[in-house]
Write a protein that binds this ligand. Structure first.
Ligand SMILES: Nc1ncnc2c1ncn2[C@@H]1O[C@H](COP(=O)(O)OP(=O)(O)O)[C@@H](O)[C@H]1O
Ligand SMILES: [Mg+2]
Length: 1005
């Protein structure tokens, strides 16, 4: 058959020209006579012709989505006449004609068109273009006219997606029409010369060698329902997809059989590389010394002398890029590289980086279900080494796929944690015996305590292993490995001027007008690479620079060039310059996080699919975001953590909260059956959406670990007033705090005075000496005026806040509720202004307990739930009992007995574990009261007795009064009740506890 377009002589029955892919003429299936494009019957023998495709498939102009069409037309001029490396995909419906022979052609089309639609949609999904639609098949191109470096991977993903979509549709057809449809797909990569792109978007090209022919042959060889690749394609997609080799097959027109591969699935390798390739990295410059250090460490590790290398530097300076270049250099050949990074809300997301790393290691993909994950973990471990089988349960637990009834899940949090750390450690140790291991942890400044604990443990075993642990972080982060002989720290600073110029040259070009500009940029940015890149973007956007990347010219006076002072400022102005709808999209997206899955974007952006894609394409070309992942769904990512931070920071508070709410709802809906796995993210969004109860719900699933040393550190040594108070040694604490106070006054040591005063207030409060307490606390509040209110003076929070919170607690006992309210409100406002987590928790507890004492349950719940959320998010384990106990009691007052009791039990257990004795009597009274409210009088009585005992032990007389009141309420005999009430009343009166005295008095005869 002769091609009407290029006159190439194709073999009979061809549907496309194998030279230029033009659709060839239709012919009658019965007599072979040529058919017109629209004929329904053969003009020669009246045999019914298969109906032509519906109008929507006639021309690329009609079926190509707008966002792709725009890109094709803008790149048209640049690619006409060029030779391009591309991947070609053919797909068709095998035997459709036979299948539908008995049907009316119109009706047959109704069944077939949806198949075509699904094929085309899959191609567009991965930004390929459909050049031709023929009856029951399509031919698509990846890599031209839209340039893509990873065209082969995209073609494979499109093939997987269309097989998937069509098989789901086939299921439906089988049910409704009793017919079975399956498609065959063939893929090949090679060169084409692009001749022209018509205004209808059709691309004319000439294939070089066998490019199209082989793709077509792959399709024809494919078993229905399968996809075949050639070696040429496989070479480019290794790691991205999984294949089954089918051996060499003879191909008509070729002298030798060619190897053929069946595409079986997507690879599970995390494809950071793709993101980097997609973004067109700037030429890597400098960093020779750092590369050398890394190389040296690698060499040590390869000889079984493991090392830690820490790269430290400001954001944008090139930490990640250094790792990227190192990992992708020839040096790491033969190494198993496992990468992971912390995210900015990571502190509240225990284990996240480690889980990430494990997922890569076990090749767990996004679509794997629980069973698949279990199978992969178990299989890998047992193959690696039988002795690792004890590690299976802890690892499954880490990955959130442990069966519900497994005994490991019943262990306490601490034991689980130790076992998990141990299990990961052992797998890595064992693995490193087979091949050297390069572990990369990025952005440790956001690390959570659990992953930190793992790293600390792992570092200890390094010296004897074939492992290099490479980490990076911003300067504010600290760790305890500094003293190790096998630790080295690389501080990376901005690039020296010569390197910075070298970075700019390939980016800007060599035009003479650029020299002064280069110097100006290097000087202003001081050589921070991210800053440099963003400056160039700005200059292009404001048309100071005109031309193409790598060949710019200066179009305006350099004098007119303004460079903002910081990279954050430049990002902010660039964001402001975006068109309103693009800016809105960018800011909205920033709420999701640094990584942006397509489905979430679609769910929260309030845009249609096409609109969203176009918006993202514009943000991508402006280099705010990149595509980070393609399969199973596209995922975008912000170019840099700072881009994300600045975008997020530009959102108004109200809108931010609202969008977080939308993200929360979307994740809940989209991952309905995998909520546990997403608990940390859900908690984060609920927190930011200020949905406290929800935040608590999700946070519940994440246990934190408190460790004694950190508590001691906060309290200031075992003999400090704070420690003594903590352990319930109130008398001694008063003595020392008073001494400190005097020293502070005598020697003009203001910080000592302030902290001692606060401690005194705190201790007197515990002792029930409310007058003394209010005295010193008021003194503190007066002393801490102006800016002093914003200083911590070495405490874990602001004394200005602490003093007010405790004042509120004391005043509440005395019945001075209005005054207490004022103090509590001020405490909350001050803490919020400073955005200081520890202070916020303390302030909200003060405020919440005050409300609870007044019986304002709703208000108390709001305050205390917020306090607990902040405690969890900021991971301030030492405050847990302080928050959870009153919240538990408030739940009980609200009738939510089970929740209340559970929280109180945990508060008490964790206070015991931390040896927190101060106010323990109070916690026990609340617990007893909650038991009473739940109808468990017997248990309540026991708890109340314990409370009394605890109060006596520590001398907390206010709490003793409450314990007596509770015992009175619970007493079974009248005389006994009266005795308790009398004791409570006497204490309450002596201590000035107005409200308690009144309450108790009303119970007495
Ligand atoms: N030595 C370098 N040569 C060229 N470009 C660099 C270099 N270092 C960093 N960059 C570029 O600067 C930007 C910020 O670097 P990145 O590694 O992400 O910074 P960090 O991880 O320190 O925050 C990236 O776009 C990166 O490609
Ligand atoms: Mg980085």
């Amino acid at each position: 058959m002769r091609c009407p377009h290029c006159q190439h002589d194709n073999r009979p029955g061809s549907r496309f020209c194998e030279e230029c892919a033009t659709a060839l003429q239709r012919a009658c299936a019965a007599c072979g006579a040529p058919l017109s494009a629209t004929a329904k019957f053969c003009p020669e023998c009246a045999h019914p012709a298969a109906a032509p495709p519906a109008r929507q498939f006639v021309s690329p102009e009609i079926y190509t989505p707008k966002h792709l069409a725009e890109r094709i037309l803008t790149s048209k001029a640049a690619i006409e006449g060029e030779r391009k490396h591309v991947t070609i995909l053919f797909a068709d419906l095998k035997g459709s004609m036979e299948l539908l022979a008995d049907r009316d052609p119109e009706e047959a089309r109704k069944l077939l068109d949806p198949v075509l639609e699904r094929m085309i949609h899959a191609v567009h999904r991965y930004e390929g273009t459909v050049n031709q639609v023929m009856g029951d098949g399509i031919m698509a191109l990846f890599g031209a006219p839209i340039a893509q470096e990873d065209h082969a991977a995209r073609a494979c993903y499109a093939a997987l997606r269309m097989q998937d979509a069509v098989s789901r549709y086939a299921e439906e057809l089988r049910r409704t029409h009793g017919v079975d449809v399956q498609i065959r797909v063939g893929v090949n990569s090679g060169d084409v010369v692009v001749r022209s792109i018509g205004s209808d978007l059709h691309m004319d090209y000439t294939a070089v060698g066998q490019t199209t022919h082989l793709a077509g042959r792959m399709e024809q060889l494919a078993r229905p329902g399968s996809t075949l690749l050639t070696q040429a394609t496989l070479r480019e997609v290794e790691g991205y997809v999984e294949v089954k080799p089918l051996g060499a097959m003879p191909i008509r027109g070729l002298p030798e059989p060619v190897p053929v591969f069946e595409l079986t699935g997507a690879g599970t390798v995390r494809t950071r590389l793709q993101a980097s390739v997609a973004r067109g990295l700037t030429w890597f410059v400098g960093r020779d010394a750092e590369m050398e250090q890394l190389r040296h460490a690698l060499e040590q590790a390869s000889r079984g002398r493991g090392e830690v290398v820490a790269v430290v530097g400001e954001p944008g300076v090139g930490k990640s890029r250094l790792f990227y270049e190192f990992i992708h250099s020839h040096r790491t050949h033969g190494w198993l590289v496992l990468e992971s990074s912390s995210v900015s809300y990571g502190k509240a997301a225990p284990w996240l980086p480690l889980v990430d790393l494990l997922k890569t290691y076990f090749k767990i993909g996004d679509r794997d279900d629980t069973r698949a994950i279990r199978a992969k973990v178990t299989g890998t471990l047992l193959t690696l080494d039988e002795v690792l089988k004890d590690g299976i349960a802890p690892l499954l637990w880490l990955l959130d796929v442990l069966p519900d009834d497994h005994e490991f899940g019943q262990l306490d949090a601490r034991s689980r944690r130790i076992a998990a750390i141990q299990a990961v450690r052992r797998v890595l140790l064992r693995e490193s015996a087979s091949q050297p291991l390069l572990l990369v942890f990025e952005d440790l400044h956001w690390i959570d305590t659990e992953t930190q604990a793992f790293l600390d443990a792992f570092v200890e075993s390094l010296p004897s292993l074939h492992v290099l642990l490479a980490v990076n972080y911003r300067p504010e982060y600290q760790h305890a490995w500094g003293g190790k002989t096998y630790y080295r720290q690389l501080r990376i600073d901005a690039l020296p001027p010569a390197n910075a110029e070298a970075l700019l040259k390939p980016l800007l070009g060599e035009h003479a007008s650029l020299a002064p500009l280069r110097r100006l940029l290097v000087e202003r940015t001081e050589g921070n690479p991210l800053f440099l890149e963003e400056c160039v973007r700005t200059l292009v956007e404001t048309q100071v620079l005109v031309g193409q990347r790598g060949a710019y010219q200066v179009a305006k006076e350099p004098g007119a060039i303004q460079v903002p002072a910081t990279v954050q400022a430049i990002l902010a102005t660039r964001i402001d310059r975006l068109a309103p709808e693009d800016k809105r999209l960018l800011l909205t997206a920033s709420v999701i996080g640094k990584d942006l899955p397509w489905t979430l974007l679609l769910a929260i952006s309030e845009l249609g699919e096409d609109e969203l894609r176009r918006g993202l394409a514009r943000l991508q070309s402006a280099e705010f975001v990149y595509e980070a992942k393609l399969f199973p769904d596209v995922e975008y990512t912000f170019k840099h953590a700072l881009t994300h931070e600045v975008a997020y920071g530009s959102l108004l508070q109200d809108r931010r909260r609202a969008v977080h709410g939308r993200v929360l709802a979307a994740i809940e809906r989209l991952y309905a059956d995998r909520r546990a796995e997403h608990a940390e993210r859900l908690a984060h969004h609920a927190f930011r959406a200020e949905l406290w109860a929800k935040a608590l719900h999700y946070l519940d699933q994440t246990g934190t670990a408190e460790t004694q040393p950190s508590i001691d550190a906060v309290l200031g040594g075992p003999e400090s007033p704070a420690s003594l108070w903590w352990r319930g040694m109130h008398e001694r604490a008063v003595t020392i705090a008073s001494r400190d106070r005097t020293v502070g006054i005598d020697f003009g040591n203001f910080p000592l005075f302030v902290t001692a005063n606060f401690r005194l207030g705190q201790i007197h409060h515990s002792l029930g000496e409310y007058d003394k307490a209010t005295g010193v606390l008021n003194e503190n509040i007066a002393a801490l005026a102006g800016d002093l209110r914003r200083e911590t003076f070495g405490l874990a929070g602001l004394p200005s806040v602490f003093s007010r919170a405790w004042l509120a607690l004391c005043l509440a006992e005395q019945g001075a509720f209005e005054e207490a309210r004022r103090a509590a409100d001020e405490a909350v406002a001050l803490a919020m202004q400073q955005d200081h987590a520890f202070s916020i928790v303390v302030a909200r507890v003060g405020s919440g307990v005050l409300d609870a004492r007044r019986g304002r349950v709703g208000a108390a719940l709001a305050e205390l739930e917020q306090a607990l959320v902040v405690e969890r998010v900021a991971d301030i384990a030492m405050l847990f009992p302080v928050v959870a106990a009153p919240l538990g009691w408030t739940y009980a007052l609200d009738g939510r007995h089970d929740e209340g009791l559970a929280l109180l039990q945990e508060a008490i257990a964790r206070a015991d574990a931390m040896q927190l004795a101060a106010n323990h009597a109070q916690r026990l009274v609340w617990y007893g009261d909650a038991q009473r409210l739940a109808g468990r009088e017997h248990a309540a009585r026991r708890t109340a007795a314990q409370a009394l005992e605890a109060a006596r032990r520590t001398g907390e007389r206010g709490h003793e009064a409450y314990a007596r009141q509770l015992l009175g309420t619970l007493a079974s005999e009248r005389d006994e009740a009266v005795e308790h009430y009398r004791a409570a009343l006497a204490l309450a009166e002596r201590l000035g506890m107005q409200p308690l005295a009144t309450a108790v008095a009303s119970c007495l005869p």
